[in-house]
Every structure is written in structure tokens, then in C-alpha cells.
Write a protein that binds this ligand. Structure first.
Ligand code: FES
Length: 156
């Protein structure tokens, strides 16, 4: 058995001091230790994007990320997106466009879209598609998802 290591993670603006086996993933820690279950476990292998979180504003697959390497980083999960009580414009647009089907992929998609809009406030449809290239929707409802996100930047 591997010795545990101590790590301090800043998640959604709050510091968590944790003692972890070094091989545990950020996805494990979020879902199992911190009960932040909005971050989804899809493939658990880096292929689907359901487990996407933002680390210093950049989308990261939490199923492939080791918390012991993320000390000092600003980690944001889907729970942070509407923590103020207001839906994010991306969430509102997805609802307005009827783009949510089973919803399993939505945490990752919302965070990937949020990161895109932070660096490019008015993305083209192609730029939205590219930014969501790592996010698989098992209902295959991509067209409305892309239209909804592009509409947030004023490009319906
Ligand atoms: Fe991480 Fe699929 S669960 S990419």
C-alpha cells in the first residue's frame, strides 16, 4: 500500500487539506471524498470529457489528473458555476435551445464552454465545435449544444 501524502487543494474558492494516496485521481477525490458529484465519471480513461473541471481557467480531465500535482491551483467544478444562485449564460442558453437530453455530459460541456467564452467572448460555431472536441454527448445532441453556446457570444 502506498503512503498517503498531504495536499491542499483550492476547490471552488475553498481550501481542502487532504491526506491522499498519491495515485488517486482528482475525479475520485471530488466525487468520493468531497461529494462534488456534479463532476461525472464517464469513461474514466480520458476519452469522454464528462469529468472536465477548470484548473486555473483551463479545462482539465479530472479522471487523468493527480491532486498531488494541483496544489496551489484554482480548481473549479460545475458546482461553482451557479453558486451565486443564478444560472450561467451558457446554462440558460442550453435550456433555451432545448439542448439538454440525458444531461450526463453537461457538466463537462458547460465548463468547456465557460473556458472558451472567457478567452473568446464571441466564438464562431466552428470555434465552439473545436472547443468541445473532447466532450462526448452520448445522446449525440451536438447541433443544439453548439448553437446554444455560440448564441451566448452573439453568434446564433
Ligand atoms: Fe474523464 Fe471520460 S471520465 S474523460
Amino acid at each position: 500500500m502506498t503512503d498517503k501524502v498531504s495536499v491542499t487543494l483550492a476547490i471552488n474558492g475553498r481550501e481542502h487539506v487532504l491526506s491522499l494516496a498519491p495515485e488517486r485521481t482528482l475525479l475520485d477525490v471530488l466525487r468520493e471524498d468531497l461529494r462534488a458529484t456534479g463532476t461525472r465519471r464517464g469513461c474514466d480513461a480520458g476519452d469522454c470529457g464528462a469529468c472536465t473541471v477548470l484548473v486555473d481557467g483551463v479545462p482539465l480531465l479530472s479522471c487523468l489528473s493527480l491532486p498531488v500535482r494541483l496544489g496551489g491551483c484554482d480548481i473549479r467544478t460545475i458546482e461553482d458555476v451557479d453558486a451565486s444562485g443564478e444560472l450561467h449564460p451558457v446554462q440558460r442558453a442550453l435550456i433555451q435551445y432545448g439542448a439538454v437530453q440525458c444531461g450526463f455530459c453537461m457538466s463537462g460541456i458547460v465548463l468547456a464552454a465557460k473556458a472558451l467564452l472567457a478567452r473568446n467572448p464571441s466564438p464562431t460555431v466552428d470555434e465552439v465545435r473545436h472547443a468541445l472536441g473532447g466532450n462526448v454527448c452520448r445522446c449525440s445532441g451536438y447541433a443544439r449544444v453548439v448553437e446554444a453556446i455560440a448564441s451566448v457570444g452573439g453568434r446564433p
